[in-house]
Design a protein around this ligand. Structure first.
Ligand SMILES: [Zn+2]
Length: 434
């Protein structure tokens, strides 16, 4: 029976590959020169082979009606529609199956404006719903990227770029996740950059006059090194992996924007400078290191799907707790755990205390980051912490980069190695309260 399933899924997979559109020679030229805050000029070109499709949808545009301005495109061989409300562009086949598209536009990123506008770094993130270049989501593509900046700004990208002088950057990337290009423009004048070797190169950008003390700085280096070693062992895959398109250690970019959440953007981790310098602990930054393996760039479950944030965030938060348990010591772990419990107690039984699988957008921190890990700890208490960690590690190895993904893929995997335990976990994830 398994064999039949295998052959059937192989045929289905081959059909899918044969039917999928093909995008080649994708070039993105971005200019920040003479652009106001949160604005870019973009030129983008690619060839599109419809294969046996009549139309191809790409994500494109931002939340606000005027995110794309002065739009120019070489139509003629094809028809297109720009859907500003659904943030997409649709290409329709007219006669030729293969078309060449080239477009130019100005893009205003209002999310960036409101979150980072008053700060000294400006972040461009597709994960904030700003699709500043067109792409077919959850596919992999080759991209040639060129970015030009005024000489007052530096650039950090989710993938390493070469720069021949201080204003022109370029990179050629193979098979990157289409939505994973992220940019940060930073005002040189406001920043202090330091480079450390742990042993790989780790760059740290801090706001001048807000830098943390030496003790905190050293703690960041030590914890980062320890987390990279720990997670590398757990997942059986080093932080740097050509296969995963991770070719360097992350850059830490501490900003003074309004956004207080920490974010992992493959090539860099952004976080609030104020929080980093003043909060009592910096283990949340190790959670960001953990996203190198488990998170939105590897586990491709769509927002809106049941269990989306259990998959993208809870699993990684549980593994971060395991890092604390095994590396930072039991006393520290117990303190963290007590805090998790007390945070959950605050909402237990209230309308906020919704089933974990119901959180399908990143909007309920306590359920996803506190209650979720507590549910996993109940399972770990039953089958063993090492066992649960190896199931999660196996899940990563099996499902990283695969689309579509469902949270029940994880439940099934737990059931496969521990009969019935996946069902118990599913009960905890679907229950109103723990
Ligand atoms: Zn996270």
């Amino acid at each position: 029976m398994r064999r039949i399933f295998f052959v059937t899924s192989l045929i289905l997979l081959l059909c899918r590959v044969a039917m999928a559109e093909e995008i080649k020679n994708y070039t993105l030229d971005i200019s920040k020169v003479n652009q106001e805050a949160s604005n870019l000029h973009v030129e983008c070109s690619f060839s599109l082979d419809f294969q046996d499709k009549d139309s191809v949808f790409m994500n494109f545009g931002g939340g606000q009606e005027f995110s794309i301005d002065n739009f120019n495109i070489n139509s003629g061989d094809f028809e297109y529609e720009l859907h500003r409300e659904s943030k997409s562009i649709v290409f329709r086949k007219v006669s030729s199956q293969k078309i060449s598209v080239s477009m130019a536009y100005n893009y205003t990123n209002l999310s960036s404006f409101f979150i980072y506008g008053k700060g000294d770094a400006e972040l461009w993130e597709t994960s904030f719903g700003e699709y500043f270049y067109p792409y077919v989501p959850n596919t992999f593509m080759d991209v040639a990227l060129n970015v030009e900046t005024p000489d007052s700004l530096s650039l950090i990208c989710s993938y390493p770029l070469d720069s021949d002088d201080t204003m022109k950057y370029s990179g050629k990337f193979s098979r990157i996740l289409s939505q994973s290009l992220t940019l940060a423009f930073i005002r040189d004048e406001a920043y202090q950059q330091t480079d450390e070797y742990i042993p790989g190169k780790l760059s740290i950008y801090q706001i001048k006059d807000m830098q943390c003390g030496k003790e905190r700085y050293d703690e960041l280096l030590a914890l980062t090194e320890a987390a990279i070693v720990f997670f590398g062992k757990v997942y059986g895959e080093d932080y740097i992996s050509a296969e995963r398109n991770v070719t360097a250690l992350p850059v830490y970019l501490f900003h003074n924007g309004e956004g207080f959440s920490n974010r992992y953007n493959i090539g860099f981790i952004s976080a609030s400078q104020e929080k980093f310098s003043t909060k009592p602990d910096i283990y949340p930054l190790m959670h960001e290191i953990g996203h190198r393996w488990l998170g939105e760039w590897t586990l491709l479950i769509d927002d809106g799907q049941p269990g989306a944030y259990f998959i993208k965030e809870t699993l990684n938060e549980f593994m971060t707790l395991m890092f604390i348990r095994y590396v930072c010591g039991n006393a520290y772990y117990e303190t963290q755990l007590d805090w998790f419990k007390s945070e959950y107690e605050k909402i237990k039984g209230t309308p906020q205390d919704e089933p974990i699988v119901n959180v399908v957008t990143n909007n309920n921190n306590t359920v996803i980051y506190r209650k979720g890990p507590l549910a996993l700890i109940r399972i770990a208490e039953q089958i063993g912490y090492g066992e649960l960690m190896s199931v999660i590690s196996g899940f990563y190895k099996e499902y990283a980069g695969k689309y579509p993904l469902k949270y029940t893929d994880f439940i099934d995997m737990v059931n496969e190695s521990h009969a019935g335990v996946g069902d118990q976990l599913n009960q905890l994830l679907t229950a109103q309260s723990l």
